[in-house]
Design a protein around this ligand. Structure first.
Ligand code: GDP
Ligand code: MG
Length: 588
């Protein structure tokens, strides 16, 4: 098929502005699916997506569009996820496209995620088609929405902006024409060596690694021997094809196409998103630039509940293949046993991983409180230490300086929430960097420590802005910070899984609330057990876990001698329920 008849595009929009509805309409009008099927929102088919109502993993659907002149086109619609933690996936899927439909709800106007998505598309250098949706709604204010769009980008004018109702289908024909006329056809060279970009990949127990790729140059035959250039891994492709929306095998994919490749590779870590695929014979000499490697924002321990370590290992390897931003290394904890330290983009990402472990692998895990990487300069060492596990945070008297990583947090929100947002950001050690207006919206940039933003900042932001603010973050430098290590001892034994590093400003309150919560959550024993929170060798908060039975209370206070024995002797045999860690997250 000639590239002139291919279009690779995405739909980007603020949540609820009608992306899924428009995708359904497009699939219907191109007869990719029947009307009955489309109502099930085929693009969102993972269990976690259903639960959270967001699209976590991108998916591609090939549609055949026949234009009024009877010419058939291949329309590859690439779906993008909608949550801030997944911006990297949006960028990734956008770089496989040549254009995007930017959809705005006429009853709401340009909103924060509209702006965030617009910026990502501009960074990817793709063509945008502005579309005002929901014009059928009585509340629609098309003129005002148009003005906001023009403010966002002067090239969005009443002439270039489509007005549609994805719900009734009004104007969707024009959308299909605009895809044909305004989104550039791919312009690769099918006679050159194969050059394909992996923009998504997942692991299938029977088929091994399955990737989605955009072919920029060359041709891919289903019997080709392929090389994945990052690790120079060669494999004979087992099957190639495309989604329409179910997987359909094909014999050939060529320049301009988007499709899947069943690689048969059984090592989930062998293939990475951003990798370049070429043929093993007469292949490319140097790969595509690929994607920026994704650096996690926060780290947390992941431990199996019960003896499922092997199962957890397998599951985690598979998940990390499917999710390029999720990283991990093995880790040991006295309290929790053998597990992993995972790296995540944020707390929501951690939650998604936890839920996927449960829904896709049937595994219950304990996750510890997440933290950023700390950079610690230690006396007598000329290189700093980068610490991802609070247990490795050095003793305070060895420390020369501690730095923590910062991000630039770009917040977009309606004017009227400015004060509330400033109060929130300043309470989180945010430093105002920039303030600009886009129509009725403000774009506010703060420099903030990751540790202040990683937990509930996004939720708080949503709450103070009544859901109207959006957040996008990018890494900034490390900066000096007065961080201290908080140790928790239960019954005189330190519990390694309950070691925290945090700003001195927060530690007293945190410790107080924590010991109070732990008192109720840690399973009781026959004797009463003290919980002590200490910083720099001083106990700053304390609570006592009462003994199991009231009758034991009389003899519950340990003698000096017993205390000493316990101090020297055993490690804490404390079962820490997940409730303990959930409670900790609540404190923050
Ligand atoms: P998404 O979050 O962007 O995928 O948004 P959805 O496609 O799920 O749509 C959000 C809501 O808006 C749903 O209740 C849709 O039925 C409704 N909706 C979408 N498009 C239109 C439209 O053109 N007109 C009206 N009145 N409602 C629409
Ligand atoms: Mg949707």
């Amino acid at each position: 098929k000639k590239q002139a008849y291919i279009r690779n595009f995405a739909i980007i929009a603020h949540i609820d502005h009608g992306k899924s509805t428009l995708a359904d309409r497009i699939m219907e009008m191109t007869n990719t699916v029947s009307q009955r099927e489309s109502s099930e929102q085929l693009l969102d088919d993972m269990a976690v997506e259903k639960a959270h109502g967001v699209t976590v993993k991108s998916r591609t659907v090939r549609n055949y569009y026949v234009d009024p002149a009877g010419q058939e086109y291949e329309y590859n619609l690439i779906d993008t996820p909608g949550h801030v933690d997944f911006n990297y996936e949006v960028s990734r899927s956008l770089s496989a496209t040549d254009g995007a439909l930017l959809l705005v709800d006429a009853t709401k106007g340009v909103q924060a995620q509209t702006v965030a998505n617009y910026r990502l598309a501009k960074e990817a250098g793709i063509v945008l088609v502005p579309i005002i949706n929901k014009v059928d709604n009585a509340m629609a204010d098309v003129d005002r929405t148009m003005l906001e769009l023009m403010d966002l980008d002067p090239s969005f004018t009443p002439d270039t902006t489509l007005k549609i109702s994805a719900k009734t289908g009004l104007g969707v024909k024009e959308v299909l024409l605009a895809v044909r006329d305004r989104i550039p056809a791919p312009s690769g060279d099918p006679t050159k060596p194969l050059k394909a970009l992996v923009f998504d990949s997942k692991f299938d127990p029977y088929q091994g690694v399955v990737v989605q790729a955009r072919l920029f140059d060359g041709r891919l035959d289903y019997r080709d021997q392929l090389t994945f250039m990052a690790h120079q891994i060669s494999t004979l492709s087992k099957e190639i094809g495309f989604f329409a929306p179910q997987a359909q095998a094909t014999n050939v994919l060529s320049a301009g196409d988007v499709g899947y490749i069943v690689t048969g590779i059984k090592d989930p870590q062998a293939v990475q998103v951003g990798d370049t695929i070429t043929t093993s014979d007469h292949g490319l000499l140097s790969p595509l630039p690929g994607y920026q490697t994704i650096e996690p924002m926060v780290y947390a321990g992941i431990y199996p509940r019960g003896g499922q370590y092997r199962d957890l290992k397998v599951a985690i390897e598979k998940l990390s293949l499917n999710d390029a931003a999720f990283q991990y290394v093995p880790e040991q904890s006295e309290a929790l046993g053998t597990g992993f330290r995972g790296g995540f983009l944020g707390i929501f990402h951690l939650q998604i991983i936890r839920e996927r472990l449960k829904s896709e692998f049937g595994l219950d895990v304990i996750t510890t409180m997440p933290n950023a990487t700390f950079r610690v300069w230690v006396q007598g060492e000329d290189q700093p230490r980068y610490i991802e596990n609070p247990n490795q945070f050095p003793d305070y008297h060895l420390i020369k300086e501690v730095d923590e990583p910062y991000v630039l947090a770009k917040i977009t929100a309606p004017n009227e929430h400015l004060n509330a947002i400033m109060r929130l950001a300043e309470g989180r050690r945010g430093e105002l960097i920039d303030l600009a207006t886009i129509g009725e919206l403000l774009s506010i940039t703060y420099r903030m420590p990751i540790s202040e933003i990683a937990y509930d900042f996004f939720n708080e932001l949503k709450s103070v802005s009544h859901g109207f603010a959006t957040l996008s973050t990018s890494r900034d430098d490390y900066g000096p910070s007065d961080l201290v290590r908080l140790d928790i001892a239960i019954d005189y034994a330190n519990v390694d899984a309950l070691t925290f590093v945090m700003h001195r400003l927060h530690v007293q309150d945190f410790a107080q609330v924590l010991v109070t919560k732990l008192k109720d959550l840690v399973p009781r024993k026959l004797q009463s057990m003290p919980i002590q929170a200490s910083v720099e060798g001083r106990v700053i908060a304390r609570a006592d876990i009462p003994p199991l039975r009231k009758v034991a209370a009389a003899g519950s206070k340990p003698s000096k001698k017993q205390q000493q024995l316990r101090r020297q002797g055993q490690k804490a045999h404390i079962d820490l329920p997940q409730a303990v860690f959930d409670a900790i997250l609540d404190i923050n």
